[in-house]
Design a protein around this ligand. Structure first.
Ligand code: FAD
Length: 424
């Protein structure tokens, strides 16, 4: 069959229960969106294609909350991002710095509010959370297509062990990380580049000695790499095109070449001194595809206030640098019931990097869930909700909508200094 031919297979797809809100994708953003809509009284179904929640933050082995503070001891990101950070540490080893354990420090500090945690335990904790709060959860359920009536989405077709089923919904949150739903609905998107990055968590005899010495199981693990590129593409193999991450071919090229590279690395060691504790069970792609929203966040938006901000965020890498997430980056005004959350919110260049990391992804998820609920309650299109109402809802849930101008550095020593790891 040549590339352009296609088969037309007429299939009757059964219709399943209707929900107020469907969330596609159970990464941290999807979990936050589902929880927010549920806490606001909606019926919610979260559809996750793998068998665990947390996305890159768990099965992608990215088990590190980047800072919630500005690098001077002032907390910037609150709300569900902080709730999740504390949950990630609740039953796990953690690395919350002592100065942050009791909340915002009394004195300025350059120690940032971060947390490394057990990805496996965090995934289970997220399942418990959603079950406890009454979100319907369906694992092993891939959203394959939205069903559109013009610019209105009636619901989504889901592929699972049951075959294909249609789930109707009032509002759809796309938290797939790749804008799978919005892209297929016809929302314009920005295609990202992904470099050769792949790591697993390893254990070694040295790690065991360290864990015993400090009485801290978190010190057991190391990282072992296939591709070692960072977010800027440094160490990406010369001559190798970047991966777009949104086709079967690109996903497979990435997985196979990286798995083989990692195996080569492993072969170099004495086989009795180390093992692989976990390999990622999703691609470690950073920027596959985000929507081209009604606004696209850019690096130049640093220190800019937006009237439609859904929350202030800090730069994970650079001390003092602050941003706000404009609601317009989460929607395309021409679609009345579709909204993006997490790493498929509209961003460009470094602006996208600032938006996509774990705490901001949770914040946009939380905002998307409340927005979807508000749109249903007021009978408005998702792009036409009263922003002031969304902002009050978020503020009630401890989110700081705008950063304080007093935090903008005026010749501060070390302003904008890079303070974070290069593997983010
Ligand atoms: C190598 C690397 C290192 C990083 N380091 C850090 C770091 O140290 N700290 C930090 O804060 N951030 C880091 N990040 C970024 C951060 O991990 C992610 O941007 C963030 O976790 C994104 O969350 P999300 O929920 O938006 O998306 P994802 O985590 O991608 O979640 C999307 C979820 O949707 C599911 N899904 C996808 N398609 C479908 C579908 N069609 N139907 C149903 N389900 C679907 C996926 O299985 C997944 O569970 C890193 C990212 C990478 C790749």
């Amino acid at each position: 069959m040549d590339q352009t031919s296609a088969i037309d297979c007429c299939e009757k797809i059964p219709v399943r229960g209707t929900y107020d809100v469907i969330v596609a994708g159970g990464g941290v953003a999807g979990v936050a969106a589902a929880l927010a809509a549920r806490r606001d009284g909606r019926t919610v179904l979260l559809l996750e294609k793998t068998c665990l929640l947390g996305g890159l933050g768990t099965i992608g082995l990215v088990n590190y909350f980047v800072p919630l503070c500005n690098g001077r001891g002032v907390q910037i990101i609150r709300g569900m991002a902080e709730e999740f950070l504390l949950l990630s540490a609740k039953y796990s080893y953690d690395t919350i710095p002592e100065v942050w354990r009791a909340g915002q420090p009394q004195k300025p500090t350059d120690i940032r509010y971060v947390c490394r945690y057990s990805p496996q335990i965090f995934a289970l904790v997220l399942t418990e959370l959603l079950r406890r709060e009454g979100v319907d959860l369906s694992f092993d359920s891939q959203v394959s297509a939205p069903v559109m009536e013009g610019s209105h989405c009636r619901g989504v077709i889901v592929q699972s062990k049951s075959g294909r089923e249609f789930f109707p919904a009032g509002m759809i949150v796309d938290a797939t990380g790749d804008a799978d739903v919005l892209r297929r609905a016809g929302v314009p998107v920005i295609q990202g580049k992904n470099f050769h990055t792949y790591y697993g968590h390893s254990v070694s005899l040295d790690g065991c000695r360290n864990a015993l010495q400090y009485g801290d199981i978190g010190k057991l693990y190391g990282a072992v790499f296939g591709g070692e590129s960072d977010l800027y593409g440094r160490r990406h193999p010369q001559g190798m095109p970047p991966y777009d991450g949104t086709t079967r071919e690109s996903v497979n090229d990435y997985l196979i070449s990286n798995q083989l590279a990692l195996l080569e690395r492993i072969k170099e060691d004495d086989r009795r001194t180390r093992d692989l504790a976990t390999l990622p069970t999703m691609c470690q792609f950073r920027t596959t595809c985000c929507i081209k929203g009604s606004y696209t966040l850019k690096e130049e938006d640093k220190f800019r206030h937006f009237e439609d901000s859904v929350g202030a965020i800090c730069d994970f890498d650079r001390r003092d640098y602050l941003y706000e997430i404009p609601y317009r980056a989460m929607v395309d005004q021409s679609f009345d019931n579709l909204i993006a959350a997490g790493r498929c919110v509209s961003g460009e260049g470094y602006g996208w990097d600032v938006l996509r990391v774990i705490p901001p992804a949770i914040l946009s998820g939380e905002a998307a869930g409340f927005a979807a609920s508000l749109a249903l309650r007021t009978g408005s299109a998702i792009g036409a909700i009263r922003i002031a109402d969304l902002q009050s809802k978020l503020a009630e849930n401890a989110v700081d909508i705008h950063f304080d101008d007093k935090l903008i550095p005026s010749g501060n020593a070390g302003a904008g200094e890079r303070v974070e790891s290069e593997h983010i």
